[in-house]
Design a binder for this molecule. Structure first.
Ligand code: GDP
Ligand code: MG
Length: 657
């Protein structure tokens, strides 16, 4: 921060404490005061502020009194229990000072004699009559001939140990308030130190060092110079505690001196005291302090204003955009219907993109929403599981045994050499039964996934109408439950068909069977000649067939039967995968094109749905947001006008120069 302070060599007798400099600062300060009055801090925009901190009884209130020339509540314990914003306005030629207090939205006129009592009353009203403290500020405006144009905030003094009647966490409470005021970069910290203490032990020094490490925005006022003149010069010259903006030593009013008498006494003290007179005149006395503060204030304000203008503009446009994004308040059923139809058609379009067309621009980062790709993956997994359920050759000494047994059981009185279909079907049925959980599990998983997608899309498009969302969610869940049931029925049907019927027009069946049957000769030769090795390759697998020599009468038929089964099973597996793919594609199309709409409308219009009129009630969340944004916009616009005016004036002045 580049704050340049020219030290003014000023004669302490130069009362009143003003200079023509004030005239140029006044408009700036008025502008900041207006912004403060508008409570622009609520918008997160910090104002340049001089914040007075200090340990309890260090002399904070006395310093403010000296600057203002009025009496503030003073005494033992904490008197300052709320932030006191003190606005001093120099009004030349004003015969009697004008004072008023503002707090909790009201204005109380007061005068020099009554101000201390009125502050106590106002504090009681803000923070209660006890010893509690509050964040709510109290503003005191003093219009007076000869005061410096300054706005400062007096904060409760830091106390370590709670006194009787104070809350246990008084230290935390006070330090929270102080931190709130001194943390912003825009704050100048006026650290009030009592000359009779070791500065490095001051709590207020510790706190300001936390937020202003280099001390560049900290100014120290050393009070009670009259009480502890010894070593004061050394203390302020050594600057052990790193005060960037320098020290000013003062002597405040004592007892029932008048303010004018106090200034004369102070001047005399620093002029004639053997030790204090050695301190450079540019860093002693209340008038010097006033000059410094006025300059620092002018610097900080002119430095901060452009940034404040920028922040106000940024906030304004951000809030405006937020407000525009809020759903329109609907006022008639036809408006509501239009909005509802828009939501439906938008949801439909999104679903069509992600579920059917494979266009993901609405959800570029969310892999889960790239549905067409995810559906292929799911189908591939399913296909893999189905393929894995192929005929395996049941280990050693089991090959063809199922077929042999089935043929034994299918025996009937009749001519030999007819392959009994009953044997074929009984083995086929066992296999179909074995594979039947796979399609069922698949459709279950598939619809669970689609439910998540559907809910997400519907919620997204209806997020401006939270009152619709429960109905939308319910509709999506009902719809998926129906779809799932429909798919289960379909699975039962296709499994039933595979069990009861055996047909394929696919020539692949005959081709495969013929190819497999080429091995029949070799197979029979092995069985008929016990001297041969009893192993052979069938359908690419090496199998043991020796045990079949005991079943010579049926084994030829069993071989034929098995080869038919192998050839046919390949067709069945393909059919299970292909038909599943067609089934889900068809169901999804139907869901997007028709079912979703039907279900959502049906739920909304159902007796529990509340009908389209529900959309007319603005949701409390949206209403609250609209209210907050409108309020904040009003404040920001007012603030913009305030700074706009002053910026125009500044431009004109600089043109004039
Ligand atoms: P605060 O708690 O920081 O606001 O401190 P006060 O302003 O209430 O001052 C505490 C006490 O110190 C009061 O009794 C003041 O009269 C006294 N005091 C403040 N400044 C001076 C000073 O410069 N010289 C002397 N002798 N007493 C002072
Ligand atoms: Mg005080």
């Amino acid at each position: 921060m580049a704050i340049v302070i020219k030290e003014l060599s000023m004669d302490a007798h130069d009362a009143p404490i003003v200079s023509s400099y004030n005239d140029r600062i006044r408009p700036l300060l008025d502008c900041v005061d207006k912004l403060r009055h508008l409570k622009i801090a609520q918008e997160g925009i910090q104002l340049p502020t001089i914040v007075v901190v200090g340990d309890q009884s260090s002399g904070k209130s006395s310093v403010l009194e000296s600057l203002a020339g009025i009496s503030l509540p003073r005494g033992q314990g904490i008197c300052t229990r709320v932030p006191l914003i003190m606005r001093l306005k120099n009004v030349p030629n004003l015969t009697s000072p004008e004072l008023h207090l503002e707090f909790n939205g009201k204005v109380v006129q007061t005068d020099e004699a009554g101000v201390a009592d009125d502050i106590v009353l106002a504090t009681d009203e803000i923070a209660g009559r006890g010893k509690g403290i509050s964040h709510t500020p109290l503003t005191l405006t003093v219009k007076k001939n000869g005061v410096p144009d300054l706005t400062m905030v007096d904060l409760p003094g830091i106390t370590r140990v709670p006194v009787h009647g104070q809350p246990e966490d008084i230290y935390e409470q006070i330090s929270n308030i102080i931190m709130e005021y001194i943390t912003p970069e825009e704050s100048i910290i006026l650290n009030v130190l009592s000359a009779n203490v070791d500065f490095s032990t001051c709590e207020s020094i510790r706190m300001s060092q936390k937020v202003d490490k280099t001390g560049e925005r900290t100014l120290a006022v050393v009070t009670k110079a009259d009480r502890a003149p010894e070593g004061l010069l050394e203390k302020v010259t050594a600057d052990d505690v790193g005060i960037g903006l320098g020290y000013v030593c003062v002597r405040n009013r004592i007892g029932d001196e008048s303010y004018d008498e106090a200034r004369v006494e102070e001047a005399r003290l620093f002029q004639s005291h053997p030790l204090l007179s050695k301190i450079d005149k540019s860093i002693v006395s209340i008038p010097v302090l006033a000059q410094k503060l006025v300059r620092i204030q002018a610097n900080i304000i002119s430095k901060c204003l452009p940034e404040i203008v920028r922040k106000i503009n940024d906030k304004l446009s951000a809030n405006m955009a937020d407000l525009n994004r809020l759903p329109q308040g609907l006022s008639s059923v036809s408006e509501a219907l239009t909005a509802f139809m828009r939501i439906l058609s938008q949801a439909k379009e999104s679903l069509r993109k992600i579920l059917i067309r494979g266009e993901f621009e609405e959800y570029p980062e969310e892999k889960e929403m790239h549905c067409t790709a995810r559906m292929v993956e799911m189908l591939n997994v399913y296909s893999g599981q189905v393929q894995a359920y192929r005929f395996n050759f049941e280990g050693n000494n089991n090959f063809l045994m199922d077929d042999v047994m089935a043929l034994e059981e299918a025996k009937e009185i009749g001519l030999p050499n007819f392959l009994p279909r009953g044997a074929f079907l009984s083995i086929l049925q066992k296999r179909v039964k074995g594979i039947s959980p796979l399609p069922r599990d698949f459709v279950e998983k598939f619809w669970d996934y689609i439910e998540g997608i559907l809910v997400k899309v519907l919620m997204h498009h209806s997020d401006s109408y939270p009152q619709l969302q429960s109905s939308m969610r319910r509709a999506a869940q009902n719809l998926i439950a129906k779809k799932k049931d429909r798919s289960f029925e379909w699975v039962v049907e296709i499994i039933g068909m595979e069990m009861l019927a055996d047909y394929s027009c696919n020539p692949e069946y005959t081709t495969t069977w013929n190819k497999l049957m080429e091995k029949e000769e070799e197979f029979m030769a092995i069985l008929n000649d016990a001297s041969k090795s009893s192993r052979m390759k069938i359908d690419g697998v090496d199998v043991e067939i020796g045990h079949l020599r005991y079943y010579k009468d049926v084994v030829k038929q069993a071989f034929d039967l098995r080869m038919r089964l192998i050839a046919y099973w390949k067709i069945v597996m393909m059919r299970l995968v292909d038909s599943m793919a067609l089934h889900i594609l068809f169901s999804i199309q139907k869901l997007v094109n028709k079912d979703m709409e039907d279900e959502v409308v049906a739920d909304l219009m159902a007796p529990h749905g509340g009908g389209i009129e529900r959309m007319l009630e603005e949701s409390p969340v949206v209403a609250e947001k609209r209210h907050r944004l409108t309020k904040s916009l009003k404040l920001l616009k007012e603030s913009k006008d305030v700074v706009g005016n002053i910026m125009d004036r500044l431009m004109m002045n600089s043109d004039a120069c």
